[in-house]
Write a protein that binds this ligand. Structure first.
Ligand code: G6P
Ligand code: MG
Length: 220
C-alpha cells in the first residue's frame, strides 16, 4: 500500500537545474575551462561541495580547501540570487496538481532534497503547506546515493520505507531510493536514469492511481 510519497526537489518539482548549471558554469568560466550541460548531469542530486569537487575534476584543477570554500560560497550566492525571485510559475508541469491530489486522498508527502536552499524554494513557490515532512541538505550527514535523506523523510511521516514511493530525476537519488527499499519513479529517460521501477518525463504523466499501480506491480 502507498502510504507516503517522497519528492526530490530540483528537477522534479521545480526547474532549478538551469540555475545550478548557470552558477557552476560561471565558476568554470572564471577558472578557464568549459563546462557543458552533459557535464552537468553528473552534478544533479549531488551536494554543493561534492559538486564542486566533480567540477574541478572535470576542469583538471586542484585547489586548496580555503579556495574551494570561497568558490562554493560564490556559487551559492549566484544561485540564491536567482531563486530569491522564484514564484509558483517555476513549478514543473503536474507538480501542483499531484500535490493537491495526494492531499485530498490523505497520502502524506515529504521532501527529500540534497539542497540546503530547499526551504526557500518551497516558500517562494508556495508549496510548503503540502509537505508533512521536509528533509534537506541541512538535515543529513550522508548525501545521496546514501538512503539517509529518504529514510528520514519516511520516519518523519511515520510511514514504513516499504510503503513509500520516491520521485527522482538524478541517478544518485534513484540509487538512494532503491537502497531505502522504496518504490522509485524516475523523472527522465531510462537511458540517463538506471534502476527505477517506472519512468515518466514529468509529473504531469502521473497521479495517485498510477503511483499505486507502479508500487503494487513492482517486481524487484
Ligand atoms: C540538489 C541539486 C544539486 C545541488 C544540491 C545541493 O540535489 O540537484 O544540483 O548541488 O541540491 O544544493 P544547494 O542548494 O545546497 O547548493
Ligand atoms: Mg533532482
Amino acid at each position: 500500500e502507498v502510504r507516503g510519497v517522497i519528492f526530490d526537489l530540483d528537477g522534479v518539482l521545480v526547474d532549478t537545474a538551469v540555475h545550478h548549471f548557470g552558477a557552476w558554469k560561471a565558476i568554470a568560466d572564471q577558472l578557464g575551462f568549459s563546462f557543458t550541460e552533459a557535464h552537468n548531469e553528473r552534478l544533479k542530486g549531488v551536494s554543493r561541495m561534492d559538486s564542486l569537487n566533480i567540477l574541478l575534476e572535470i576542469g583538471g584543477v586542484t585547489l586548496a580547501e580555503e579556495e574551494k570554500q570561497k568558490l562554493a560560497a560564490q556559487k551559492n550566492e549566484q544561485y540564491v540570487s536567482k531563486i530569491s525571485t522564484m514564484d509558483a510559475g517555476e513549478l514543473l508541469p503536474g507538480a501542483s496538481n499531484l500535490l493537491t491530489e495526494l492531499q485530498s486522498e490523505n497520502i502524506p508527502a515529504a521532501l527529500g532534497s540534497a539542497s540546503r536552499n530547499a526551504p526557500l524554494i518551497l516558500k517562494n513557490t508556495g508549496i510548503t503547506p503540502y509537505f508533512e515532512a521536509v528533509v534537506d541538505g541541512n538535515d543529513v550527514e550522508k548525501a545521496k546515493p546514501d538512503p539517509q535523506v529518504f529514510l528520514l523523510g519516511a520516519e518523519r511521516m511515520r510511514v514504513p520505507p516499504e510503503d513509500c514511493v520516491v520521485f527522482e530525476d538524478a541517478q544518485a537519488g534513484v540509487d538512494a531510493g532503491r537502497k531505502a527499499g522504496m518504490t522509485v519513479i524516475g523523472v527522465g529517460s531510462p537511458s540517463d536514469l538506471q534502476g527505477a521501477h517506472a519512468y515518466i518525463s514529468s509529473l504531469a504523466e502521473t497521479n495517485a492511481a498510477h503511483i499505486r499501480k507502479v508500487h503494487e506491480g513492482r517486481q524487484t
